[in-house]
Design a protein around this ligand. Structure first.
Ligand code: ZN
Length: 472
């Protein structure tokens, strides 16, 4: 195993539509952790991607008059664009339709579980919408009806499918979670999941007939069946690092899977069950984030308040969006997003506090220079506590401490009046403090951090460009 490695993943969103702000939250959280660990000298591998199979993609593509491949290509490319536009440092982007990179590992996984005797055939009965021509999960039904075809009757259809013997691993999984060998954070989600499985896990349907699921990975050895989402999508965490080639062992097990609260039970139930069956190590930690409301309301297509991070990015810099999202949500809880709050934080915190400090001190150093001295100011910066908060996923609290220190620095300028005293020692303290602030902010607002570092580590510090222009 690679020494000192850190392997982190996001979930892979379903490529049926463009990304929404909730996934932006997830991928930025993962990016903060990836960058933080990189800064600590770890060998980081950061994986994200898209889940592209399933009947819904097949049907929507048909409706839009596209081949399914063209349709998922289009949607997947928007998620890829999101990683670029938000300055996400992912090392790879996995697509479940990738027959070279993804399929061989999925087929291998299936074969191993089958050889273990953990895959068997059984009748599956599900809620079927003849309008969608697909099975619909209980949670997607609205008052017992398909949300897209509320006038059609939901049928109960039975077919022969393959099942995975998850129940066999139930007590093992429970024990691993109870003892934190598979750690779920924050704690309240660990308790939530343990409550869900107190009566044990049940076997899960692992395939569909080709007739009902025409777009997916064929079951090895049975052309009439196609793999259902679990074996296909969850295995991306292995294929994204090379599985079944042995090189996947350089990074497996994952150090952190970042997941939304609705994805928790798949990542701490089905996925560990598959890994136990395959004789592979379990991920060390699954960390759970809540949902975002928008202006206090639940996001929904029918209300028309779904926020697209790609649209948002056309109006605001990546760092302003990243900052607002990391501030908006205490980890593990739901949070609220509003454009007004984003603008307020950009103006009050990024521009007024950080931007002003940097501009003022750079201007004063350009005029007066610095004199090396021992730095008393920087002692007010709670570096250890900040690190602890980040490692505990309390990003909002870490930012509170960093910005409290920015306040200390601004007060120091105000009190010491270096424009009168021309005191190079005071300016030296401020310069070193600003460099440390930039270092601590790199995980959160990398572009700004790099600009400040470049400006303040130059031989001759000059008054630079304004970091954040005020938004009216
Ligand atoms: Zn329907």
């Amino acid at each position: 195993m690679k020494k000192n490695k850190f392997y982190i993943t996001t979930t892979i969103p379903y490529a049926n539509a463009s990304p929404h702000i909730g996934f932006a939250l997830e991928i930025i959280q993962a990016d903060v952790l990836a960058r933080w660990n990189k800064q600590k000298g770890k060998n980081v591998f950061f994986l994200t991607g898209t889940d592209e199979h399933g009947t819904k993609n097949y049907q929507t593509a048909k409706k839009e008059g596209l081949t399914t491949k063209k349709f998922v290509d289009k949607n997947s490319s928007m998620f890829k664009e999101l990683t670029k536009s938000l300055n996400i440092s992912n090392d790879y982007f996995i697509r479940t339709t990738d027959k070279k990179v993804h399929w061989p590992g999925v087929v291998e996984m299936w074969k191993i579980l089958q050889a273990k005797g953990d895959i068997y055939k059984k009748e599956y009965t599900g809620n079927y919408c003849s309008g969608c021509e697909r099975f619909i999960t209980e949670k997607d039904l609205v008052e017992g009806k398909c949300p897209d075809h509320p006038t059609l009757k939901i049928e109960s259809i039975a077919e022969e499918n393959y099942f995975f013997k998850l129940s066999k691993y139930s007590s093992k999984i429970k024990k691993l979670i109870e003892t934190d060998k598979l750690k779920i954070m924050p704690k309240k989600w660990k308790n939530n999941f343990l409550g869900l499985i107190k009566d044990g896990l049940t076997d899960v349907s692992f395939s569909r007939t080709k007739k009902h699921l025409p777009w997916g990975v064929p079951v090895p050895g049975d052309d009439s069946q196609v793999m259902y989402v679990w074996c296909d999508a969850l295995t991306n965490y292995l294929t994204g690092i090379g599985y079944p080639d042995k090189k996947f062992k350089d990074f497996w097990p994952a150090d952190v899977h970042v997941v939304g609260k609705d994805m928790l039970r798949f990542h701490t139930g089905i996925w560990p069950g598959m890994l136990l069956s395959a004789g592979l190590d379990l991920p060390k930690e699954v960390i759970v984030h809540g949902f975002l409301t928008v202006d206090g309301k639940k996001m929904s297509k029918s209300v028309g308040n779904v926020v697209s991070p790609l649209e948002l990015r056309k109006k605001y810099e990546a760092d302003s969006i990243r900052y607002a999202l990391m501030r908006a949500t205490p980890f593990g809880d739901d949070g609220d997003f509003s454009e007004d709050a984003l603008v307020a934080r950009h103006n009050d915190e990024l521009a007024n506090k950080l931007g002003n400090l940097v501009a003022r001190v750079a201007g004063l150093i350009a005029q007066n220079g610095v004199n090396q001295t021992s730095n008393k100011l920087i002692k007010k910066l709670k570096v250890k506590e900040i690190g602890k908060f980040i490692e505990n996923y309390e990003f909002d609290k870490a930012l509170n401490l960093i910005f409290a220190f920015i306040d200390n620095c601004n007060e120091y300028v105000q009190n010491e009046k270096p424009w009168e005293s021309k005191d190079g020692k005071v300016l030296f303290e401020l310069k070193e403090s600003i460099l440390k602030i930039a270092e601590l902010l790199w995980a959160f607002i990398p572009e700004t951090s790099e600009k400040i570092t470049k400006q303040f580590s130059a031989k001759e510090i000059k008054k630079g460009e304004i970091l954040f222009k005020k938004i009216e």
